[in-house]
Design a protein around this ligand. Structure first.
Ligand SMILES: *Cc1c(COP(=O)(O)O)cnc(C)c1O
Length: 412
């Protein structure tokens, strides 16, 4: 088989919709096009039935009850609804007052968690942003040390989207339940790839997204625990009262059908997918480290989801590296495409220096990644790095054994 270029290694950003998902969705565009809220005719019933079925598929993946699943437009909305919805529901004082309650999160969460937390901080809540250790792993002990008598909500992601590290989620869940604090986790990079049991894992609120698990874009889920404890949320969107009043608006029937199907497939295939992806990811990391010097895999070495790696290459410039590997679709730790020249806040949060953060690549494998593609990526990245280093005077100095960081640069 000939290799089709470019090679897609950006599955942490989005995934190809599984053809089985597309097939399940198709009848709901122009055949069963009713509004699930229409209770008086078969078009409405068909839509409602399809949504009920998808809710079961989602609940089964999480070990939850169907009634505990809300459909949203994606993990961004789920995170906002969980965090702002819980904070506002259980706030101690009225809007505008101070000391409304304490929230714990972490500085390397996705922006869809950080930004709602920052908004709440402006609205009178106290927010602790835990700083991760160099491994990137947030432990139960770190959360425990930050607890206060007025802590009301903890939001810690399950697996990090940039580096793939896994936090101590079941342990943090147990801690929160002991202390009767609501625990939310952004499970977007974990759910559908690794097993979840919301009971065993002590989770009250869990966000995840369709397009990260081979489903469609624009649809996601939020698990909201209904017993022990029963968690209530203040809605962000008011209107027709859909989704138990917590998310009004006509349901995205096609999207929800696809999301449900993606969850069903993930449950059946995650174990085999995981074994295959872990082997390919390890091969990629091993070959990079064997063929090149000054290469660093960022984040914890072992506590990682199977398909994601983040590698920094010393003595190359991030932008040039991306230009040199045009046939590989991946993400860079360098935010040069945006207005700022700041490197990734996640890598900086781990203490990775600016140079190594700028010259990092996030390579994320997925259901359709082949060994051939990994071999291509290994060769392409290796030769791009070697080429750039041949042009680098700093790399020459490094090879001569001079410690660049100790050089006293002469100002003229
Ligand atoms: C992609 C992602 C999100 C955002 O999900 P959308 O469905 O695109 O809104 C949130 N959190 C994490 C960890 C992600 O990887």
């Amino acid at each position: 088989m000939t290799l089709k270029l470019p090679v897609y290694l950006d599955n942490a950003a989005s995934t190809r919709c599984d053809p089985r998902v597309v097939e399940a969705m198709l009848p709901y565009f122009s055949e069963h096009y009713g509004n699930a809220g229409s209770r008086n005719h078969s078009f409405g019933w068909a839509a409602e039935e399809a949504i009920d079925h998808a809710r079961e598929q989602c609940a089964t993946l999480l070990g939850a009850q169907a009634k505990e699943i809300l459909f949203t437009s994606g993990a961004t909305e789920s995170n906002n609804l969980a965090i702002r919805g819980a904070a506002n529901m259980y706030a101690r004082g009225p809007a505008g007052s101070t000391g409304r309650g304490h929230i714990i999160t972490c500085s390397i969460e996705h922006k869809a968690v950080l930004d709602p937390c920052k908004r709440l901080a402006k609205e009178g809540f106290d927010v602790t942003f835990l700083q991760p250790p160099p491994s990137g792993v947030i432990t139960r002990a770190a959360v425990e040390a930050a607890l206060r008598p007025d802590t009301m909500l903890v939001s810690i992601m399950w697996a990090n989207n940039e580096i793939g590290t896994i936090n101590e989620v079941p342990e943090i869940g147990a801690l929160c339940h002991e202390k009767e604090i609501i625990f939310h986790t952004d499970g977007t990079q974990w759910v559908g790839k690794m097993p979840v049991d919301v009971e065993r894992d002590g989770i009250d609120l869990l966000s995840w997204s369709g397009h990260k698990i081979y489903g469609p874009k624009g649809v996601g889920g939020l698990f909201v625990r209904r017993r022990k404890p029963r968690v209530r949320l203040e809605s962000l969107v008011d209107g027709g009262g859909q989704e138990r009043g917590m998310r009004s608006g006509t349901q995205n029937v096609t999207g929800i059908v696809g999301f449900g199907k993606a969850c069903e497939i993930a449950r059946a295939e995650m174990e085999a997918d995981g074994i295959r992806l872990l082997r390919l990811r390890k091969k990629l990391e091993r070959e990079m480290q064997q063929r090149l010097e000054v290469v660093q895999v960022n984040g914890h070495a072992e506590r990682r989801i199977p398909g994601t790696t983040n590698i920094s290459f010393g003595f190359v410039e991030g932008e040039s590296l991306m230009m040199g590997i045009k046939d590989i679709a991946c993400s860079s730790g360098s935010a040069c495409t945006s207005a700022s020249l700041e490197p990734s806040y996640v890598l900086k949060g781990l203490g990775v220096g600016d140079d190594l953060a700028h010259s990092s690549l996030r390579l994320s494998l997925g259901r359709w990644t082949t060994e051939e593609e990994i071999d291509y990526a290994i060769t392409a990245i290796t030769s791009a790095v070697e080429h750039l280093r041949r042009l680098s005077p700093l790399f020459d100095l490094h090879k001569e054994g001079i410690d660049i960081s100790k050089i006293q640069w002469q100002a003229h």
